[in-house]
Write a protein of this length. Structure first.
Length: 133
């Protein structure tokens, strides 16, 4: 259970309901997930976070939305956020990620984490040629 619990739509104040309505409209759903319902205890954080998510994860920009979702999964795996892994895996699947793509993504995440730790442990200096354009 969330530390402060969750706020259902029926129990939300007007400011929270406005954000919930926008989430449902943008995502074309009738469902508000628990992340947003937990953040609703602080309407300012709820609104700010939703606005940032829309801006960063939306279809604008030069990175394809599916790639954004897959990057989000990779970071979530590395940070061990089970909730975010589940949420963004569902979004990526909805956006076209196949089982094979997920499996390859996990291989890349695992390899990156392994080599990152080796570089850190060995305190490997960055090659000068990596620092140039």
């Amino acid at each position: 259970m969330a530390t402060l619990g969750t706020i259902e739509y029926a129990d939300a104040g007007p400011e929270v309901k406005a954000v919930y309505d926008d989430i449902m409209a943008v995502r074309q759903t009738d469902y508000i997930n628990n992340f947003w319902k937990a953040l609703a205890h602080d309407p300012t954080t709820l609104k700010r976070t939703w606005e940032s998510i829309k801006q960063i994860m939306g279809p604008g920009g030069v990175i394809d939305p599916l790639v954004k979702e897959m990057v989000y999964i990779a970071v979530s795996v590395t940070n061990q956020c089970g909730y975010c892994i589940a949420s963004h895996t569902a979004a990526a699947r909805k956006g076209g990620m196949s089982d094979a793509m997920f499996a390859e993504l996990m291989a890349v995440v695992g390899m990156a984490n392994e080599t990152n730790k080796l570089v850190t442990g060995y305190q490997v200096e960055i090659d000068e040629r990596f620092k140039t354009k």
